[in-house]
Design a protein around this ligand. Structure first.
Ligand code: 6R9
Length: 653
């Protein structure tokens, strides 16, 4: 039988929503029917959550696919929707951001404050000659000015391109040049792992080769020494002296809002372009629906960096459009101690927490006694994004962080999709650990085989989107052909996301990782996710990454890199015994076909800066190739450790 992707993992646990959450949920079961009856009317209803200065004439223009236009003819100002309207409604005194710096300094920023700062930045940028349509690069740490800078651009109709503060001078200059940015907004530095790290110095280096840049605005964060050139302007001497009054002007629904470069692969980064009305509609709706946000009472915290799409949609645009109160944290989860996250949850009484599987698995590794020292009873909804969440990590999150009764929403989406696409609804869905469950109302997703045919329940294949959605990318900046080729050419009339997925026997969707990572073992296409989840289901394992390495007998063989939980003894024979036990455990859980040829116990895994495991590098290690570029690694020494460990580990069978 030629199956596109094997379905090996069975999961029988389900967790219905707590009665109290179901009874008061923002979105109920009716939304699915409403959207199924008339999808475009459903999205029109959601667009009315925003205030438009001119209504649209047409919901969707799909006459020239894949180039979509949503809310055609409509006009709005994105920043006005995130700020002014809340102030106008009498909520100016409400806290927008509880900001927490890594060294422990804090700032409390109300909607009034945020509007004033954004107005100042808009006024000063206008004075610098920034007009609608110009591009502005933002290279900042997780400080409130990052949100201020983004919203000031939105207010002016300038297109922002946020570059993650961990990227190198080369990555920065490539992105600046690709977008021909006129202004760069940065800081002297930021705090990470207890140390001030320089940002301005990296901008200086990048600016050696960026002819389009006319001005550099520099926020003073760390006070470290910086070199100063004629393009440089201190934020506090300029923006903070500008008028706090600024009249926002409306822009077309399809006016470009931001470019965000996708990371991870070796290819030239793709500048994903998002526009205004459809993007904000779906960011706001999904934030309201998936997190069940009650703006009067909830304290929301998304731990992502603003340099990733999650920070754009679920720190800046979604929550602020909805008038949320949120926490924003500058630093890492282990500075000054491994309890930093739980201290923050406890102190601010965070009720909705949105984080990534990599962090959940790290917390598992550190052990449950760390969160146990804090009062986490304020938490009522937990979210996950960025990678497939292994069922056991999902269970740990719910039990250990969510006091065994909070819904966990596993949200699937991409930079390209702009907002959440597949996720449980916390007041509706009986969620299964590890499954993103169901496309949201108004979203049409499917799993198809090689031929583009929908797979039956129980089958695996390629995740596709069959209908356009409001927050979809509009193109790759400057490269329409690449946009068409990359996303719309694999299957006729469908957006192919690059992810493998399966439908379980109830038709619920499980993400199975990138299709490029799928392993072909003795003629079976096996997903990395299922083997990793089987490993993480063993009580001694916190995290695992598996890859297919060339094998003379099976084509590819499964090689697993496994991080034990904190309390597990792995010295000498105990380690060997654990490896055998884990191999057998996988064979028992998924069947003998999925038994790893080799398992390595490691302390760390190579990850991108947004926390995704870099299997490509592990494949090189597993096949003893030399290591390629590791500069996007969170910690490049990890690879040395793994490579050294490799020599000692023995591969039997
Ligand atoms: C939001 C974000 C997108 C890729 C995506 C997929 C993976 C994200 C996931 C998930 C399984 C989830 N991904 N969420 N896989 N379950 N809930 O992460 O955007 O950085 O563009 O990455 O991340 O592989 O295709 P981005």
């Amino acid at each position: 039988m030629s199956e596109t992707l094997a379905n090996l993992l069975k999961e029988t646990r389900t967790f219905p929503p707590p009665a109290a959450i179901a009874a008061a949920a923002n979105v109920t079961d009716a939304a699915y029917q409403e959207a199924a009856d008339d999808r475009l009317a459903f999205w029109e209803t959601q667009a009315r959550r925003l205030e438009w200065t001119k209504p649209w004439d047409q919901v969707l223009d799909w006459s020239n696919p894949p180039f979509a236009k949503w809310f055609v003819g409509g006009e709005l100002n994105v920043a006005w929707n995130c700020l002014d309207r809340h102030v106008a409604a009498g909520n100016g005194g409400k806290v927008a951001i509880h900001w927490e710096g890594e060294p422990g300094d804090t700032r409390t920023i109300t909607y009034d404050d945020l509007l004033k700062s954004v107005s100042q930045a808009a006024n000063y940028l206008t004075g610098l000659g920034v007009v609608a349509g110009d591009r502005v690069a933002i290279y900042l740490p997780m400080i409130p000015e990052a949100a201020v800078a983004m919203l000031a651009c939105a207010r002016l109709g300038a297109t922002h391109s946020v570059v993650f503060g961990g990227f190198s001078a080369d990555s920065l200059s490539n992105r600046i040049n690709d977008a021909t940015a006129k202004v760069v907004i940065t800081a002297d530095g930021g705090y990470r792992r207890g140390k001030p790290s320089g940002l301005k110095s990296i901008v200086d280096e990048a600016l050696q080769s960026t002819p389009s840049v006319e001005h550099v605005l520099v926020v003073r964060r760390t006070g470290q020494d910086v070199a100063w050139g004629e393009k440089d302007l201190w934020w506090h001497e300029t923006v903070e002296q500008a008028s706090t009054e600024h009249e926002a002007q409306a822009f077309d629904a399809e006016h470009p809002l931001f470019i965000l470069y996708t990371s991870g692969t070796t290819a030239k980064p793709k500048g994903i372009l998002h526009t205004s009305g459809g993007y904000l509609t779906q960011a706001a709706y999904t934030h309201h629906a998936v997190f069940d946000l009650k703006p009067e009472t909830d304290v929301y915290w998304c731990t992502a960096d603003i340099g990733w799409v999650t920070g754009h949609s679920y720190i800046v645009y979604g929550p602020l459009a909805n008038g949320a109160t949120q926490v924003m944290y500058e630093g890492t989860p282990d500075t000054p101690s491994k309890s930093r996250f739980w201290e923050i949850v406890d102190r601010y009484k965070v009720s909705i927490l949105y984080t990534a599987p990599t962090l959940i698995r790290t917390m598992m590794k550190w052990g449950a006694d760390i969160p146990a020292g804090f009062d986490l009873s304020s938490l009522r909804i937990l979210g996950s994004v960025g990678e497939p969440i292994n069922p056991e990590a999902w269970m740990w999150y719910r039990e250990t962080i969510g006091h065994n009764n909070t819904p966990v929403v596993d949200t699937w989406w991409q930079t390209e999709t702009g907002a959440i696409m597949i996720s449980p609804l916390p007041g509706v869905t009986a969620a299964k650990p590890g499954s993103a469950m169901t496309p949201l109302p108004g979203i049409v997703a499917d799993v198809v085989d090689d031929q583009g045919k929908s797979v039956p329940d129980g089958g695996g294949g390629y995740l596709v989107l069959r209908e356009p959605w409001p927050s979809m990318l509009r193109t790759i900046w400057g490269d329409d052909n690449r946009f068409v080729e990359t996303y719309w050419s694999r299957f006729d009339g469908m957006y192919f996301a690059g992810d493998g997925a399966k439908k379980d026997d109830d038709g619920h969707i499980w993400l199975l990782g990138r299709v490029d990572d799928v392993m072909l073992v003795s003629g079976h296409n096996i997903s990395t996710t299922e083997v990793e989840s089987a490993l993480v289901s063993h009580p001694s394992v916190a995290e695992a990454a598996v890859v297919g390495a060339t094998d003379p007998t099976t084509g590819q063989a499964i090689v697993a890199f496994t991080i034990p939980r904190g309390n597990v003894d792995t010295a000498g024979d105990a380690g060997e015994a654990l490896i055998q036990e884990l191999r057998n455990h996988v064979a028992k859980t998924l069947g003998p076909i999925a038994k790893p040829r080799q398992i390595m116990l490691v302390a760390e895994l190579p990850k991108t800066r947004s926390g995704k495991i870099m299997r490509r590098l592990l494949r090189d290690v597993a096949e003893h190739r030399s290591l390629g570029d590791v500069t996007t690694l969170q910690d490049s020494t990890v690879m040395d450790l793994i490579a050294n460990g490799m020599k000692d580990s023995k591969s039997d069978d």
